[in-house]
Design a binder for this molecule. Structure first.
Ligand SMILES: NC(=O)c1ccc[n+]([C@@H]2O[C@H](COP(=O)([O-])OP(=O)(O)OC[C@H]3O[C@@H](n4cnc5c(N)ncnc54)[C@H](OP(=O)(O)O)[C@@H]3O)[C@@H](O)[C@H]2O)c1
Length: 302
């Protein structure tokens, strides 16, 4: 099978509550612009190109798309692109969004939303996506304050039928315990990847023990973050890529998926070739020896 034909189901599925998703999904943060994401004055991406990436993702079996109302450039919004490309939405498509600190219309970050503003952000996502409920909403936080009140506000919207399932993002194990005391949590979304945040390893495992999906962001970009992937990679990653005849990015995704059945991938790209490679990475199997070598590279970052 070529990279073009391997579908997102190759790595199996996971249940987000009552919603079944293929473990390789898609992150929409790269779509509104080329170059660095989340900066004021970013260069808008060609609309047709972004739409064609989204449609191709669904053709390849992707049924989990991660987005946010604050993923926008001066002329494009990720949610608008998703709506334009995919509505009427396939029945099995799960769209996960996030609320928390937003960005003002010029693209500068705002402080954390008030409880009332959280509701407004949920409604903004509903309007932009053209839906009457949101499949998954992550409460994204900055800092270490208690999340009980904010998560409680989202739990009320869940009870009201505006949200089906809740997740949390940029959080600690203590936050997860706090949130779970309020309402069920289906996923944790934190920065994590090969050589990035090995201090998260125990948390990744413990999410699995609790039946909660761990959804890492920056699995490819790693420490380069919102600036995007680097041309250089660790020698161990490059060697594994050569051995399999794939790219370092694909090894990074495969490594992520090998961390546990509950670990999902949401690689972001605006490139159809990269998209096909990322989906195909779900079919890569790394040997115990390869995993041991990559583990050493991962640990070196600590
Ligand atoms: N909760 C949060 O706070 C948070 C924060 C950040 C991101 N996220 C979510 O997580 C998703 C993933 O993060 P991300 O998009 O920043 O990072 P990523 O998936 O780790 O990497 C994206 C970068 O890698 C490049 N890339 C993708 N596939 C590639 C391939 N096969 N070969 C070579 N380069 C490749 C992309 O450039 P090209 O476009 O050129 O392919 C882009 O520069 C986001 O899209 C977003 O949905 C959440």
């Amino acid at each position: 099978m070529t990279s073009q034909t391997i579908a997102a189901a190759a790595a199996g599925t996971w249940q987000l509550g009552d919603l079944t998703v293929n473990r390789v999904g898609f992150g929409a943060m790269r779509l509104p612009q080329t170059g660095e994401a989340l900066i004021p004055g970013a260069v808008p991406r060609d609309r047709d190109q972004a739409i064609s990436v989204l449609r191709r993702a669904v053709e390849l079996g992707v049924n989990l798309i991660d987005t946010a109302a604050f993923y926008f450039s001066p002329l494009r919004s990720a949610n608008e692109l998703i709506n334009r490309a995919l509505a009427p939405y396939p029945d099995d498509l799960v769209i996960a969004t996030k609320v928390g600190p937003g960005r003002d219309p010029s693209g500068h970050w705002l402080p954390h939303a008030t409880l009332e503003q959280l509701r407004g952000q949920v409604e903004e996502n509903l309007r932009q996506l053209g839906r009457d409920h949101l499949d998954v909403v992550n409460l994204r936080i900055v800092g270490t304050d208690s999340i009980a009140e904010r998560f409680g506000a989202l739990a009320e919207l869940r009870d009201a039928g505006l949200i089906r399932h809740l997740g949390i993002s940029n959080v600690t194990p203590a936050h997860l315990a706090e949130a779970r005391a309020v309402a069920p949590v289906v996923c944790v979304q934190n920065a994590y990847g090969l050589g990035m945040r090995p201090d998260q390893d125990d948390f990744v495992r413990s999410c699995g023990d609790q039946g909660v999906a761990f959804v890492p962001f920056y699995a490819i970009a790693a420490t380069h973050g919102q600036a995007g992937a680097s041309e250089d990679d660790a020698p161990e990653v490059v060697a594994a890529a050569r051995a399999h005849g794939v790219s370092p990015a694909q090894i990074r995704i495969a490594w992520t998926l090998h961390r546990g059945r509950h670990v999902l991938a949401i690689p972001g790209t605006g490139d159809r070739g990269h998209l096909a490679d990322n989906v195909a990475a779900g079919g890569l199997r790394l040997s115990e020896d390869e995993l041991a070598v990559l583990e050493a590279a991962h640990r070196r970052a600590s």
